[in-house]
Design a protein around this ligand. Structure first.
Ligand SMILES: Cc1cc2nc3c(=O)[nH]c(=O)nc-3n(C[C@H](O)[C@H](O)[C@H](O)COP(=O)(O)O)c2cc1C
Length: 199
């Protein structure tokens, strides 16, 4: 079982989202000792948005099916994963831009998707993706980042998408520790459920 852990938490060791996601991953590892983990730490990976020259180079790599180039590393590592775990906080009604940059990098034609009848068809083999997030407020429907991420991953072929969140951490009178603890318990339950069903 290969798991790709995509860490898009800019505040690094101060990040509560990262703590939540690490807790989920540690539960998965405890339940599945044979699990192999690849970590993509986006703030340190040097990914940049796709500009014109990079796009031309990426398309040429896709035509040649040349998957050894670092430009397609994000897509390559995602394409061999059995599951993806993605961590990002809620920023500016969405998620940090580095996660959008990662999304630009995982659309790799002939590797993560192909066009059939003018439509993208996903080639990913991952059975599920888990998105872990925290937010200062309660989102109450303003969660386009999650919807977008789910749509991207489903289009690329990942059939199941789960979200674990701690919301309202920065509200006056909130108990962030308790809210985070509740989300961690949900993360543990999800890890157990995924292991029981053999995912
Ligand atoms: C740049 C920035 C933008 C934020 N934007 C929002 C926002 O739009 N809505 C919200 O409820 N909280 C917002 N927050 C608060 C974070 O969602 C919240 O503090 C979260 O727990 C931070 O996660 P972290 O501890 O993993 O960094 C923002 C925080 C930062 C630093």
């Amino acid at each position: 079982m290969k798991v790709l852990f995509v860490d898009a938490c800019p505040r690094r060791e101060e990040s509560r989202t990262l703590a939540l996601a690490r807790h989920f991953v540690s539960q998965l590892r405890a339940l599945q000792p044979e699990l192999s983990l690849t970590v993509h730490c986006l703030p340190e990976m040097g990914l940049t948005g796709i500009d014109r020259d990079t796009l031309q180079r990426k398309e040429a790599l896709c035509d040649a099916r040349c998957w050894s180039d670092p430009l397609v590393r994000a897509g390559r590592d995602l394409s061999v994963a059995d599951a993806a775990v993605i961590a990002a906080p809620y920023w500016d009604l969405m998620f940090p831009s580095i996660l959008k940059v990662w999304i630009e990098h995982i659309w790799v034609r002939n590797l993560t998707f192909v066009y059939r009848n003018d439509k993208p068809v996903g080639l990913l083999r991952a059975k599920y993706a888990v998105f872990l997030t925290t937010a200062g407020s309660r989102l109450q429907g303003h969660d386009w980042g999650t919807l977008y991420l789910e749509d991207v991953l489903k289009t690329l072929g990942v059939p199941r998408f789960y979200r674990i969140a701690a919301e309202g951490l920065d509200l006056e009178g909130a108990d962030p520790g308790a809210l985070l603890g509740k989300a961690m318990a949900e993360a543990e339950a999800l890890a157990s459920a995924l292991c029981i069903e053999g995912s």
